[in-house]
Structure formats: C-alpha cells, structure tokens
Design a protein around this ligand. Structure first.
Ligand code: GLA
Length: 508
C-alpha cells in the first residue's frame, strides 16, 4: 500500500527515492491508472457575447481514483468531488445533483479537457497570470427594513427569456415576444412583464457604467418599445462580481446599476446570487440583498425586486425586509415532470410566508417547451396557481400551439393564482394522489388533486374536507370549464397519470 511505502523512514534517502521512482513507473503503466490529475488547472472556453473569454480555475487532488477539489468559474465557486478512471474523469458539485456529474472530461498530452453545461473547456497547469483578480471585500451594510414598494399585490405574471433561449436572447427576440404577448392575448390575461434574463451584459466603461452587449444595441429604446405595447420590461443581475453566465454583475456597483436600470425604464430586476457566493458566506445573504433593495428604492422608480438565491438562508423569513417582492425557493427548474414536481414540493414549507407583495417563487414555467405532456403541463399550471406562484412563461409565445395557449391562457386558473387573499396551498398525499387546497378571497376554495402515479386514479373530493362547513353551493372544474355536482357530499372523477383535477368550490 502507498501509505506503508511512504512510511518507511528507515530506508536510506537515495534508496527510497529510487524505489519510489520505480513504483511510480509501475503504477502509471498499470492498466486502469492514468497520470495524476492533481494540480491547479487554468481553463478557457468560448468567447462570451461581450467579447470576454469564459474561464475557470480547477484545483484538484487525486488519491487513487478519488478526486476532490474546487472549481472557480467566472460566475461561481463550488467544491467538487468525483472519480478518475484512467485518464477519464467525472466531477460532481458538492451540494448539487448527486446523480449527474456536471464536469466530464479527459487528460491528454498534459491538458485537461472537459464539457460543462454544454461548453468545452481546455485547461493547462495554471500560472500566476491565470488567477482571477482579487477583489476587495465589501462589508455588507447593517440591517434595516427597506420600505415596501407597493408592487406585486398579486403574484407577478409575464415572460422570461431563460428557460428556452438562455444565451440566445437578443433585442429582436424581446421585441417580437412583446408583439406576441399582445397578439396572443397573454398581456390581456395579465402577463405584463417581459423579462430579459442573463447574457445581455457588456463590459463597464471607464466610469464603471455597465453597457449592454451587441445583442442589445439600445436598451432604452427597447424599454420604450415594450412600454408602448402596454407591457413592462425586466432585467437581470447578480450581487456578485459576475452573473451565473459569467457576465459582469453588480458587486460594488449596486447604486450605479440601479440608477442605470431606472434610467433605461426597467420595471423588474431579478437579482441572482451566483458569484456572490465566492465573496460572502450565507450569513450575509440578507444585508447583501438589502443593499440592492435600498439602491432600487433610492431610484424612486417602482421596480419589482425578484431575489434569486435558490431558497438559501430561509429567504422566505426576511425577503420582505430587504424590499423583495418574490424569491426563489429552489434550484433551477427544467422541462421535466420530475423537476417540476420536485420544485413545487420543496417549497411547501414556505407556504405561511406568501402574501400580497411578497411571494415564494418555485421558478419559471416550462409550459409549451415540449418535454412534458399536456396533462403534465396542466398539472404544472394548476400547481403554480394553487401555490400563488409567479406565472412567468418560459416558452416561445410567438409559436404557441393551441394546447399551450389553452393552458397558459386559462383565465379561471389564472384567477386562482391571482386571488387577492394570496394564500399558498400545501400538499397532502394519499397514495398516488396529492391534494392541494387554497382558500380564496370570496370564502370559497380551490382544490387540486394531482395524480403522481403512472396509472389513471380515482380522485374523490369530499365536501367535508373543504373547510366550508360541508356545504357546497357551486363547484366548477377549471379545466373542462363546466360546473360539476357533489353527490352524497362528494365529487369523484378519474384523473389520468400525471394529470390534475382542479375545482373551484364556493360555500352555501
Ligand atoms: C441561475 C438562475 C436561472 C438563470 C441563470 C442565468 O441558474 O437560477 O434562473 O437566471 O442563472 O445564468
């Protein structure tokens, strides 16, 4: 064993070195063992839309086939663990998805090459010139309460570029999306925010003013266009030095950026933790978000403040204190049943903290993006409505199918989401059926039964379970758009696998 070998302090030094040399030769030549990946690697990848190069520093220690280390990207830092098999390696982020490595690659000719979130990285042994510039630590401000901005009395509704377009969003996409929000009826149904997510950023000029990149030649003109359609414009930044996509963000420029956004005519800011985690520990989440809350208030422009820090540090308990109107409660959604259900179930404990002006956000909608069935998308929409979640469509509004339109534009379901009482339903499981009940401002309730199983299931709603004194005046199925009858104190119907029964019930 290696440990025994290195522990033989009695061998004369020369003999020990010679033996170690031959041991290494045998070790490296043995099938299944590659060259060690231990080292500090400096990687580059593609060119970002602002002309900068996407880079990372990977520090690795290999012990046998086990790998441990730290990856520092432009937008984040994460501890990594994984395995090496010969020259091949796979790395997982600590605290991230345990089943799927996010970095997969090989060592060849002294270079590490890997794939990470669709980008190819090539790394060489790092030199001093490769290190990221050290940034000064900016002490977070003392805590105080930021005044409520009066916005988002009901959960914000609109569209966001990230889920479908990611780095491919540009001025033309946003303009044509705004047109489609009007022509499709989305705007009139309440979806008024058109939100540009990450990758719009350019670089800062000599005065520190952040420019948009070539994809957004004139942000002010874009805001004017969006406003001329009766819509509002949203933008994205991070309290760290870089956004999650590696673009310049607001660290040390909070007031300057808030002023810039206000001058452009921005109405909504999504503020994403990302690289702030390189600088601050989680105990600084609240003051760091407060800093931007203050900066937005200072502009005098009403700007919805959307916190995005994936639910860390019990954000639901202090989100309103920093001026937040909504806050993410989970990691990123993807267009799959498992991810959608996981996100909505994970945020269940936050239910008591939702209310007018401040909402829990299980992430944006995937409806219409093509990887779930219509039954699954109806469940997605129903669950977001029952939990008073923000409704930010994440699909291509310009090319929506009739089925997608019928889901996103279901006014009876939207009314559940937008109910002025602002209560967030919690789940109760019974076998494959999960029941969510939301009290409504008119004294009635919305009740949803989601079939989590792989076979159709009989769903029964009992009047006695609805907290309406057992008396049902009117019950309406919000997906068939028809009134239904409770007989002998119950209503029963078959729900397809991954489908939903959504009723609005009023009391006598
Ligand atoms: C994070 C957020 C996403 C999106 C991306 C953009 O992952 O959670 O919603 O904004 O960053 O880089």
């Amino acid at each position: 064993m290696l440990g025994d070998w290195s522990g033989r302090k009695t061998l004369p030094a020369v003999a020990a070195k010679t033996a170690a040399f031959f041991f290494c030769l045998i070790f490296l030549a043995a099938p299944g063992f590659g060259q060690s990946l231990t080292g500090r690697w400096a990687a580059t990848s593609r060119t970002l839309d602002n002309g900068e190069t996407l880079k990372a520093i990977l520090e690795l220690t290999q012990t046998g086939s086990d790998l441990k280390g730290k990856l520092t990207g432009l937008g984040f830092g994460v501890d990594v663990t994984g395995t090496a098999t010969g020259n091949h390696f796979e790395l997982f982020g600590v605290g991230w998805d345990e089943k799927k490595p996010f970095m997969v690659g090989d060592l060849a000719n002294g270079e590490l090459r890997w794939q990470q979130w669709g980008d190819a990285y090539v790394a060489k042994a790092a030199t001093a010139a490769d290190e990221f510039p050290k940034l000064p630590y900016l002490e977070p401000p003392p805590l105080h309460k930021v005044a409520y901005n009066g916005l988002a009395k009901t959960p914000p509704m609109g569209w966001n570029s990230w889920n479908l377009f990611q780095g491919k969003v540009d001025d033309q996409t946003v303009r044509t999306m705004a047109d489609a929000m009007v022509s499709s009826g989305m705007r009139d149904a309440g979806y008024i925010y058109v939100n540009i997510d990450d990758t719009w950023e350019g670089v800062r000029d000599a005065q520190g003013v952040l420019q948009a990149n070539h994809k957004f030649p004139d942000m002010k003109a874009l805001a004017d266009y969006v406003h001329s359609k009766g819509l509002k414009l949203g933008i994205y930044s991070s309290p760290g030095p870089r956004t999650c996509g590696g673009y310049p963000a607001s660290y040390g420029h909070e007031a300057q950026d808030a002023k810039l956004f206000a001058a452009w005519g921005i109405d909504y800011l999504k503020y994403d933790w990302c690289s702030a985690g390189i600088i601050y520990k989680n105990d600084a989440l609240q003051p760091v978000y407060q800093k931007m809350g203050d900066a937005l208030e200072e502009t005098g422009r009403p700007i919805v403040f959307s916190l995005c820090e994936y639910g860390m540090g019990s954000v639901e308990k202090w989100g309103p204190e920093v001026g937040g109107n909504l806050w993410r409660t989970t990691g990123d959604i993807n267009d799959s049943w498992a991810s959608m259900i996981d996100n909505i179930e994970k945020q269940a404990p936050t239910a008591p903290y939702a209310g007018p002006g401040h909402w829990n956000d299980p992430d944006m909608l995937e409806i219409g993006n093509g990887h779930m069935s219509d039954d699954e998308y109806r469940s997605h929409m129903s669950l977001w409505a029952l939990t008073a979640a923000p409704l930010l469509a994440g699909n291509d509004i310009r090319t929506m199918s009739a089925a997608t339109k019928s889901i996103l534009l279901n006014k009876e379901v939207i009314a559940i989401d937008q109910d002025p009482l602002g209560k967030q339903a919690s789940p109760v499981k019974s076998g494959d059926l999960e029941t969510w009940m939301k009290p409504l401002a008119d004294g009635g309730v919305a009740v949803g039964l989601v079939n989590l199983g792989s076979a159709p299931a009989q769903a029964t709603v009992k009047a006695s379970d609805l907290q309406l004194g057992g008396k049902v005046k009117k019950a309406r199925d919000l997906w068939t758009h028809s009134d239904v009858k409770f007989e002998n104190g119950a209503y029963s119907v078959t729900v397809p696998s991954h489908g939903v029964l959504l009723l609005r019930v009023s009391a006598k």
